[in-house]
Design a protein around this ligand. Structure first.
Ligand code: ZN
Length: 117
């Protein structure tokens, strides 16, 4: 991977990070704003609980993704970006284009999905 490619992935990762932080921030704000006391009837109360649960789930998922993005940026700083953490071979460019924070090459990811590694 040349420097230009790496910088392109870094930019993509930083943009993703920015998106995620905005989402996490928005979810936190809506959690604070929630309050069942003001709901005039049961229907509204049920709805507000449901949407709060949903935003909580999204936040957990997005935070997990944020950790992966951060880890990818760390690997980039350590000059290990694009190298499979399991087998040490290069992660396919097509895979990095699809999943810039990928830690495994396609083969190792399949093994991991099957619980082999
Ligand atoms: Zn691998």
């Amino acid at each position: 991977m040349n420097k230009k490619q790496r910088e392109r992935y870094r930019k993509g990762l930083l943009e993703k990070r920015e998106d995620l932080l905005t989402l996490v921030q928005a979810a936190r704000t809506s959690e604070k704003e929630g309050g069942d006391e003001d709901a005039p009837d049961l229907g509204d109360r049920a709805l507000s609980t449901m949407s709060r649960d949903l935003s909580y789930q999204l936040t957990v998922g997005e935070r997990d993704l944020l950790r992966r993005v951060d880890a990818a940026l760390d690997r980039m700083d350590a000059n290990e970006y694009g190298i499979c953490v399991a087998c040490g071979k290069k992660v396919q460019i097509g895979r990095l284009d699809a999943v810039p924070w990928a830690r495994h090459c396609i083969e190792c990811q399949e093994l991991q999905d099957q619980g082999e590694i």
